[in-house]
Design a binder for this molecule. Structure first.
Ligand code: GLN
Length: 287
């Protein structure tokens, strides 16, 4: 049978529509692109050409993974964040557009050639966006997961940031490694889902995304406490601390930060209007 690229596309789309996947058309294009390497214009140009059996089989395989509930990002192996294409694997949380507010906040509250630390970096999305946006910035990406560190290293390299960004293993619940130096900006999108919320998360999140990047203890605030207890010493006087948080957490997080003596605490919203980022300044008071 003479199968065209268009037939392959229509088959994928039909299958996704049948499963009530909301953006079936867009996802079908992405799956086809991942299998054929053809961007939309090339697809339009070549849609009535013959698609090989290999292509038909690969497209069917990826489509079945999607139908089984796997997030598109893991199937494609890459995802866009802040206009940057990043590699993603099941070792890292899929970068969310909500998190772009954390990057915006760090950029707004810092200036010049700042040095930053991204704690719990996962794919590296936050720190890499900072490095791309400020070409005088230098930084360190840190995570406890070896799998995540591999992905972050690759993303740093692919974005030509290896001369300005290093990647290290660190545990945010323990003291920082020696000789880390001081930072002007500390950003983190730590795990913050509460024990109760973990039970109500979407199937595509619980079944596929790394639990150690999601669960933040009973009240979801364990890692904010741990970072404040262990890591404030690496922040310069006048340095910025910026956290992503869950939509119901900003006021408890503000209180927590104020309890650690942090100043100039601000909450900012993400593009969907949720209170998403809490940031503050470390000011050492002279006595
Ligand atoms: N925003 C993510 C979610 O809702 C959670 C991210 C996190 O815990 N840091 O799935």
């Amino acid at each position: 049978m003479f199968t065209t690229y268009n037939d392959v596309y229509l088959d994928i789309r039909r299958r996704l529509v049948l499963e009530k996947i909301s953006m079936a058309e867009l996802e079908a294009f992405e799956i086809l692109k991942s299998v054929t390497g053809k961007a939309r214009e090339e697809f339009v140009r070549d849609k009535y050409l013959h698609a090989s059996n290999d292509i038909v089989r690969s497209a069917a395989r990826l489509t079945e993974r999607r139908v089984a509930g796997e997030p598109l990002a893991y199937i494609l192996g890459e995802w866009d964040f802040y206009g940057i294409t990043l590699k993603v694997t099941p070792d890292v949380l899929i970068p969310r557009s909500d998190t772009e507010a954390l990057v915006d906040c760090a950029l707004r509250r810092s200036n010049g050639a700042f040095r930053f630390l991204d704690l719990g970096c996962g794919s590296g999305c936050v720190g890499i966006a900072l490095g791309v946006m400020r070409n005088s910035a230098r930084g360190v990406l840190a995570d406890i997961s070896e799998g995540a560190l591999e992905v972050a290293k690759e993303n740093v390299y692919n974005n030509r940031l290896s001369s300005r960004i290093s990647v290290i293993r660190a545990d945010m619940t323990a003291a920082p490694p020696a000789n880390l130096g001081k930072f002007d900006v500390l950003v983190s999108n730590p795990p913050y889902i509460t024990t109760d919320e973990m039970k109500t998360l979407d199937k595509s999140v619980v079944e596929f995304e790394p639990k150690n990047a999601l669960w933040g203890g009973d009240d979801g605030l364990d890692f904010y406490r741990a970072i404040c207890e262990n890591w404030l010493d690496v922040l310069n006087d006048g340095g910025v601390l910026a956290f992503e948080c869950g939509i119901a957490q900003s006021s408890s997080l503000e209180k927590l930060l104020s309890g650690f003596g942090l100043k100039n605490i601000q909450t900012t919203r993400d593009t969907s209007g949720a209170n998403r980022v809490v940031s503050c300044i470390k000011q050492v008071e002279l006595i």
